[in-house]
Design a protein around this ligand. Sequence first.
Ligand code: FAD
Length: 469
Amino acid sequence: MDVDLSQLAGRLGSGRVLTGPSIAPRYRTDAFREHRGSPLADQGELPAAVVLPRTTEEVVAVVRWASEAGVKIVPWGGGTGLMGGARSSSDSVVLDLRGMHRIRAVDPRSCTATIEAGIVLETLDRRLWEKGLTLGHDPWSRPRATVGGAIGTNGLGYAGYLRGTMGDQVLGLEAVLADGTVIRTRAVARSTSGLDLKRLFIGTEGTLGIVTAATLRVFPVPEKEEIRAWRLRDFPTGFECLSALYDDGLRPSVMDFEETFEGPALPWGSGGGPPTLYLGFAGNPDVVAASWNAARRRLRTARATVLPDREAREYWKGRHDIIYYHDEISPGVTRADIALKETVFDYVHVALPRSKILAFRRSALAIVRRHGAHPIGFGVWTQPELVSMEIMHPARGDRAAARAAVAAAIDEAIRRAQALGGSMEYVHGVGLKLAHLLPAELGTGLDLLRRVKKALDPSDLLNPGKLGL
Ligand SMILES: Cc1cc2nc3c(=O)[nH]c(=O)nc-3n(C[C@H](O)[C@H](O)[C@H](O)COP(=O)(O)OP(=O)(O)OC[C@H]3O[C@@H](n4cnc5c(N)ncnc54)[C@H](O)[C@@H]3O)c2cc1C
């Protein structure tokens, strides 16, 4: 598409409106790449331009310009999204918000931080530590993902049960609508003043507005945080033990319980074995000690064996390592592209009523195997209701067939979760990859969502095609 960018370049400066060869190939797709199980293309199209705003006023100027020029806008944070939510098309400009990375205010007494949306989560956490605070939201992708992207996907981190999702931490936000209006919601713990407007922009992947800033609930750095590793006899025993532990009222700062299966090797190592539980508590030392006392009672009853401290230490130290696989090693090529050249690897992340988890496990493992793929791991993360399953399929030779097999397994497993009363995705959003499953997920709610989109963005300016919109 031929787009006249001169007016925009005049407003922002040509160095902040990238075109042609100065657009890095990286902008063609986020972390939804060729090694994922999906029939969708492995890349998007190059956008007409990449725009690098530094202020909310500049975002407003871009939106007004795009609206007049009939150009779409794709908000971009760290580009670590796994669903193609930040993929561009040739009739769009990518709005890379990482130039908006200022911390506007920190209020240690209230435990709040007001920040711009493009700040990287880890950078923010480091800055907060200087004031005795911590961000709380700690996804695997913390070193690269931004606050705006985490709000756009309503992400979940290791401490999600204790601290909530990214969206739960948002007290108030600033967003630019498709007509250039700037909306600022009050940054308060609770409000009953009608519809909670900030929720329009949480988990909606930039389709209803561009988040430019937010006031987040942050937390005092815990006086004590302890993580330990345990081996459980089998998944059902461990799962019942965990359920009891949560019913006791414990609030783990970390909970990762996974069984693994023998299968073709993955670049970061794999292998079958009985399930391992990583469990942690954080906060006041008395609370942490009391939590361990209660947890140990449950773990003893389940005959769990404690693993050497080293196991828990290494797990915790390496918790962000995988995101570096998504760094580029040459233009447009990531370490993951090379490491997974002969492998299709993907996840299923479904939320289910607790009573359905074991039934889902039986079906899902059978589904994956029936499609000729390998389950690599099955577990629950942060709380017993949230299931993660890792799937792989060797792709030597016919890569398209391997992608199709994994895609079919994912779809069938998700439909099974939906049939059991679950939700198809609890952490990464919908993007392009899962959009075809949204009618079953939302039912008539999808029509309502489309009406909201139509009301706020009648020209379909903001991130079209994502989230089934
Ligand atoms: C190896 C790996 C591990 C991961 N682990 C986790 C995990 O533990 N927990 C988790 O939650 N996620 C995880 N993710 C997914 C991803 O990191 C998160 O979804 C993250 O929040 C995306 O942030 P980002 O800044 O990279 O957003 P992007 O990928 O750039 O964008 C994500 C979506 O948000 C939209 N968006 C971006 N910025 C804005 C904005 N300012 N306003 C409105 N919309 C916006 C984009 O258009 C897109 O739809 C992982 C990804 C990888 C590759």
